[in-house]
Structure formats: structure tokens, C-alpha cells
Design a protein around this ligand. Structure first.
Ligand code: ADP
Ligand code: UDP
Length: 237
């Protein structure tokens, strides 16, 4: 399937229409952003690594019964996906405290959260993705109560698939963000799952293997993403 027109250029991906109105092409670029787009850098190979990483994870999730956007890996940097009517609310699950939870509640990084927490954030860079709750989402018409219930169910189901997958590769799935959309009336997982949108620590050393390497200026960002992928059995060349 060929790219037709550029529909949207996001911070990390460009979205193209195709001849089929039901499908889009996601092109993963090397751009890496943090702090709601305030800092942007190009990291060689990142687009390719995240595209292949995302495809691998989406296929694992689909095999476990999670409805996903994924149709096909098209090239190093592109995949074909279902065109979803995106819901502008990000779903975040945390198994261990990190990031904004640590800043907001003053708890120690690495504190185990059992059961895992579930949070919603409005996707809005200008407002710095504020935390919202279900009543906001319903009152402002971002999603219905039924859609939110399904998003929560699927987000927690993803944890049950991915926590053991990463554990088998010697990693802790600390937290992750998912975006959903609607396709033919059904809630479907969209966007991407990659180390750009989750936190992964080595189990033994707690070395950070995710985007925190970029946020915190630790270096070796793409190398860490590739290391994660290789530990799960992915091949990048
Ligand atoms: P951002 O918009 O946060 O800068 P990206 O650079 O990743 O993020 O841009 C990708 C955009 O495409 C996002 O706005 C995301 O919500 C949207 N998107 C992802 N998957 C799909 C899909 N399957 N259908 C429609 N839109 C999608
Ligand atoms: N996250 C994301 N996009 C966002 C906000 C968060 O992918 O716009 C991911 C982030 O990488 C982490 C999880 O969601 O894995 C929780 O992020 P947190 O709320 O701690 O915010 P942060 O401190 O990372 O901005």
C-alpha cells in the first residue's frame, strides 16, 4: 500500500493516508522529544528500532486477544495500521513508582505498586498532558463510560501479557502509556508501544533502558532500546 497524503506530523511519527480510507501508514522518524516537545533531537536508527519494536509488541498483544491497529510491517520505518478515531486520553499503568507519580506524591522511585495503578491523562501538549479522571472524560465528551471501562480493561490486560514477556528478558516493566481509538465501534489499541512510551529497568541492576535515558541525559538511548529488543528476540538489521 502506498502513501498518499501527509495527514499529521507528530513529534515522533508522521501519519499518511493511503488509497484505502480505512488504513493509514505510520512513519517512525528519528526525532525524539521530551518535556511535551520542548526538547527535540534526532537519534540515528531510532525510527527503525521503534517501528520494528512496536510491530513485535503489537503482534504479541494481538496473539493474546487484544484488538490492535496493526495490519502490516511495510519497511524499516513504516507500518500499515487501521485508521482509528483516536480518543485524546492516555492510559497509564504503573507497576513501580517513577516519573510524574514520584514528583506528584513524593514517594520513592521504585516503590512497588500492588495492585498496579491506572491513570488517565489528557493528550494536550500545550496544557502539559494534565491528569484527568473518568468524569472529566465523560463530561467533556472525550469518551463514554463504556469506552473508558474497555480502555481500562485492555490496558490492564496488556500488563498481564507484557510484564512476563519483559521479565523473561530480565527486565521490569515499570510503567507504560497506551492510546486507544475507535474502529467500527470497537475500542482498538493504537499509536505505539516502544521504549519511548514505557519505562523498563534491568531486573538485577535497575539500569534504565527506556526514554528516561534521553530525558535525564544518560546517553546510549537507541543502544538501550536495541538491547531491550534483542533480549526479547527481535532482530534489527
Ligand atoms: P504526538 O501526536 O504525540 O506528537 P506522534 O508523533 O507519535 O505523537 O504522532 C502520531 C499521531 O498519530 C498521534 O497523534 C496519535 O494519536 C495518532 N495515531 C496513532 N495511531 C493511529 C491510528 N491507528 N489511527 C489514527 N491516528 C493514530
Ligand atoms: N508517557 C508517554 N507520553 C506522555 C506521557 C507519559 O509515553 O505524553 C509515558 C512515559 O514514558 C512513562 C509513563 O507514560 O512510561 C508514565 O509517565 P509519567 O506520568 O511518569 O510522566 P513523565 O514523568 O514520563 O513525563
Amino acid at each position: 500500500m502506498q502513501k498518499l497524503n501527509e495527514l499529521y506530523r507528530g513529534k515522533a511519527k508522521t501519519v499518511f493516508t493511503t488509497e484505502n480510507p480505512e488504513y493509514l501508514i505510520l512513519q517512525f522518524r528519528d526525532d525524539t522529544s521530551a518535556f511535551d516537545g520542548e526538547r527535540i533531537e534526532q537519534l540515528a536508527r531510532k525510527g527503525m528500532v521503534n517501528n520494528k519494536f512496536n510491530y513485535f509488541i503489537m503482534e504479541k498483544l494481538a496473539a493474546a486477544g487484544i484488538p490492535t491497529q496493526m495490519e502490516k510491517l511495510l519497511s524499516d520505518n513504516e507500518c500499515l495500521v487501521k485508521k482509528l478515531a483516536m480518543i485524546p486520553v492516555e492510559c497509564v499503568v504503573r507497576n513501580l513508582a517513577a516519573g510524574s507519580l514520584v514528583r506528584r506524591l513524593g514517594v520513592e522511585e521504585g516503590l512497588e505498586l500492588n495492585p498496579p495503578t491506572f491513570e488517565l491523562f489528557l493528550k494536550n501538549d500545550a496544557l502539559h498532558d494534565p491528569m484527568v479522571n473518568e468524569s472529566h472524560a465523560i463530561a467533556f465528551g472525550w469518551a463514554t463510560a463504556e469506552q473508558l471501562a474497555e480502555m481500562k480493561r485492555l490496558t490492564l490486560a496488556v500488563n498481564n501479557v507484557l510484564k512476563p514477556l519483559f521479565a523473561a528478558g530480565g527486565m521490569l516493566l515499570v510503567d507504560y502509556k497506551l492510546e486507544f481509538g475507535v474502529f467500527n465501534g470497537e475500542i482498538v489499541l493504537g499509536d505505539e508501544f516502544s521504549p519511548d512510551g514505557c519505562r523498563l529497568w534491568d531486573i538485577a541492576t535497575r539500569t534504565k533502558l527506556d526514554k528516561d535515558r534521553f530525558r535525564q541525559g544518560l546517553g546510549g538511548v537507541v543502544e538501550a532500546y536495541e538491547e531491550v529488543g534483542k533480549r526479547l528476540g527481535m532482530q534489527f538489521d
